[in-house]
Design a binder for this molecule. Sequence first.
Ligand code: MN
Length: 128
Amino acid sequence: MKTKILIIEDNDQNLYLVTFLLENSGFEVVQAKDGPTGVEYASKIKPDLILLDIQLPGMDGYTVAKEIRANPELKNINIVAVTSYAMMGDREQAFAAGCAGYIEKPINPETFISQITKFLPEAKGGVR
Ligand code: MN
């Protein structure tokens, strides 16, 4: 079974780039373009990893992370914030909301896969 990654991202260009990079590396990608859909898909699909934008329509990424973290069935799924929301304290806020990692946009296509790989479950090639 392919490793499944849920991307919660409203920007089409970023969504396209991340999807392209992940599919190119053999991952299965599921896309959600707003917060509530992301929360819904997380519990429905139970992906191996969640990549989460912070500025989202419907519900911001911090709230999305908190909602997902509040579901005990999803406790083993890492959430990685992928965002250019460069305000002071946003990294701390992402961790406080339950994110395991933080990747800054713009995404670097050469290092992106290795950046996310370490957040995968051990059985899927992660190192955590
Ligand atoms: Mn956004």
